[in-house]
Write a protein of this length. Structure first.
Ligand code: HEM
Ligand code: FES
Lengths: 199, 412
């Protein structure tokens, strides 16, 4: 093959190549912006987080109800006298019994992790890899625990939580289940997704 | 006349030269054995996946509302829809079975050693892309397993320190797995990843034809050539080798059809029964297990149950799993043996390769069953031995005593 002759002014070539490369790289970076940005949640996805309302009048003590908020399940548990008593006795097996980690609104940093006595309101998104833990209220021996104190068991990789959503020590999930913002509009009407007075 | 036409073309496009280089004059070692069939079968499966995939696409609906129903529609109402879908699901399992065999062949015969390092690295990229294709495809039917697999696998990114939470929202495109996520995985599965896969396979074959095929003895066939410069221990790929290949393709397709027609579910291993339930974002299935071809890596993910140096167990599990998939890339630089093939390597190489195989299968089993403390302990042990094969290789491959390698290939 015939080689083209080397340019007579190599310094000038080199300069032009460098400038073109830098400008070109800048252009590529700029062109990436819309493509990367378009993967962010869309305005519609952002708007879908509206609060939801739940009527607890039919929920009996010892029962749990599932409310969907922003596409994720929220568990509303009505405690019995016995189950509330158990919550205190099991503290040594929990990794954050006093809810020190920031997994709840300030008003829910209490024993039942809620605004209201006798009720727990828990986002059922496992803090490990986001499966929905299952409700196992009964005490005693289960497949996954020889001395179960009632609570939630995550079927995906075996994390355990008590009835207030506090995580057991030594399971894959690192923190307590999160508590969503919530308040009671009336005695039995629960609003999830909003703190009182924000609207 | 024909010659004239051909030379008209050849002056404008290197047709004859290409055919000669890649087919009629490509020198294939004469001692290639059954392990050398996986590659050509992989190409066959690629074609099956592309065609069945495009046909599925004609009736599939990539929305959270419509996806599940459209699969049912394909299965029940579209003529031959069931067959095309089973072709695609059977194809994805066949793809992985073959790619694992293909990689193992390379590990046995030292096919990653000089001068085939790049060939090996490029090959690994196809494996990586296949993993991504399998995952994204699995989500598309939007059944219970699709949804929760997407939930768990994507949440892994959330475990990365500092940037995890934001990264997770960015890749999901939402604050949870939703139709938005489905849509983007769909675009990746049917356009970006297949295109990338085809491109990488193309480069893989180009690289192969540049350096030439290795063989079960791991000897360099180019050392002894005849007067025309053709290596003595080779024969042209076309028409000699292609004959074996066609025979193998025939046998493979019989087996493929047998699965596709009679056992498309593979007892729940090829298509999981839980995925016959539509996705329910409020309820996780009792057992979530990945497809069989990911179970060894899933077992590694679960094996890490303890934090180290302040890094959470879930992040470390993710790292170990990713490392288990990625570590193959390093093989050309981990192997210090003067010998390529396992036939002439020493006892330690044989031991560790066997240990690797055992670990792979045990992890595969453990990843497919629910965990308990005993199984977790086993998963930890075998994760360790899996990595031992790789990480100890620079030592045992260097110091062990190898057998003498013959000059020319041997035929058994
Ligand atoms: C090349 C390697 C490929 C692999 C390993 C692969 C794998 C998979 C898997 C595992 C599924 C889920 C099957 C199920 O459970 O039903 C799937 C579904 C699907 N794939 Fe692929 N695929 C590949 C290529 C393609 C291509 C190239 C296209 C289209 C251009 C395609 C289109 C589809 C569609 C539309 C579905 C959804 C329908 C269904 O679930 O059966 N695939 N794929
Ligand atoms: S997602 Fe709950 S334990 Fe892994």
């Amino acid at each position: 093959m015939v080689q083209p002759k080397a340019p007579s002014n190599p310094g000038r070539r080199k300069f032009l190549i460098n400038v073109t490369s830098v400008v070109g790289a800048g252009a590529v970076a700029g062109a990436l912006v819309p493509f990367v940005g378009s993967w962010n949640p869309s305005a519609r996805a952002e708007a879908a987080g509206a609060p939801v309302k739940a009527d607890l009048s039919k929920l009996l003590p010892g029962e749990m109800m599932i409310v969907e908020w922003r596409g994720v399940p929220v568990y509303v548990v009505k405690h019995t006298q016995e189950s509330m008593a158990v919550l205190n006795k099991n503290l040594s097996r929990l990794s954050d019994p006093d809810s020190v980690e920031d997994q709840q609104p300030e008003y829910a940093r209490n024993e039942l992790r809620s605004r209201k006595k006798g009720i727990s309101i828990i986002t059922a998104v496992c803090t490990h890899l986001a499966c929905a833990p299952k409700f196992y209220p009964q005490l005693g021996t289960t497949d996954f625990d020889s001395d179960w104190q009632g609570g939630f068991f995550c079927p995906c990789h075996g994390s355990k939580f008590d009835l207030a959503g506090r995580v057991y020590a030594g399971v894959p999930a690192p923190t307590n289940l999160p508590i969503p913002p919530h308040y009671f509009k009336t005695e039995d009407i629960l609003i999830i997704g909003e703190d009182e007075g924000t609207v | 006349m024909v010659n004239k036409i051909m030379s008209w073309f050849d002056e404008r496009l290197p047709i004859t030269a290409t055919i000669e280089r890649h087919l009629t004059k490509y020198p294939a070692p004469i001692n290639m054995n059954i392990w050398y069939l996986a590659g050509v079968l992989l190409v066959v499966v690629l074609v099956i996946q592309l065609i069945s995939g495009i046909w599925l696409l004609m009736n599939y609906e990539p929305t959270a509302e419509g996806a599940f129903a459209s699969i049912q529609y394909i299965m029940r109402d579209v003529e031959y829809g069931w067959m095309i879908r089973y072709m695609h699901t059977t194809g994805s399992s066949a793809f992985f079975a073959l790619i694992y065999l293909h990689m193992f062949r390379g590990m046995m015969y030292g096919s990653y050693q000089k001068p085939r390092e790049l060939l090996w690295v490029v090959g690994w990229f196809t494996f990586f892309l296949l993993c991504a294709l399998g995952f994204t495809g699995y989500v598309l039917p939007w059944g219970q397993m699709s949804f929760w697999a997407a939930q768990v696998i994507m949440s892994l990114f959330g475990s990365i320190p500092f940037i995890g939470e934001d990264l997770l929202i960015w890749i999901r495109g939402d604050y949870l797995i939703s139709g938005i996520t489905l849509n983007r995985l769909f675009a990746l599965h049917v356009v970006l990843l297949p295109l990338a896969l085809i491109a990488v396979i193309f480069v893989h074959i180009l690289a192969l034809h540049e350096v030439g095929s290795n063989n079960p003895d791991g000897v360099d066939v180019k050392k002894f050539k005849d007067e025309d410069g053709v290596p003595l221990d080779t024969k042209p790929f076309f028409p000699y080798d292609i004959m074996h290949d066609l025979y193998a393709i025939g046998v493979f397709l019989i087996f493929f059809c047998f699965i596709m027609f009679f056992y498309p579910d593979g007892g729940g291993y090829l298509i999981e029964y839980v995925n016959y339930e539509p996705a329910d974002n409020l309820k996780t299935p009792d057992h979530i297990v990945p497809s069989w071809y990911y179970t060894p890596y899933y077992a590694m993910l679960r094996a890490i149950t303890f934090p180290i140096f302040g890094l959470s167990a879930k992040f470390l599990g993710f790292v170990v799993m990713a490392a288990g998939i990625a570590i193959f890339v390093a093989l050309p630089w981990l192997d210090r043996s003067p010998v390529k093939s396992i036939r002439y390597k020493g006892i330690f190489s044989k031991f560790f390769l066997s240990l690797f195989v055992v670990s792979f299968f045990v992890l595969g089993y453990l990843g497919s069953v629910p965990p308990n403390p005993v199984r977790t302990l086993f998963a930890q042990i075998f994760t360790f031995t899996y990595f031992a094969y790789f990480l100890l290789m620079p030592i045992y491959s260097k110091y062990e005593k190898c057998k003498p390698v013959p000059d020319r290939v041997t035929l058994s």
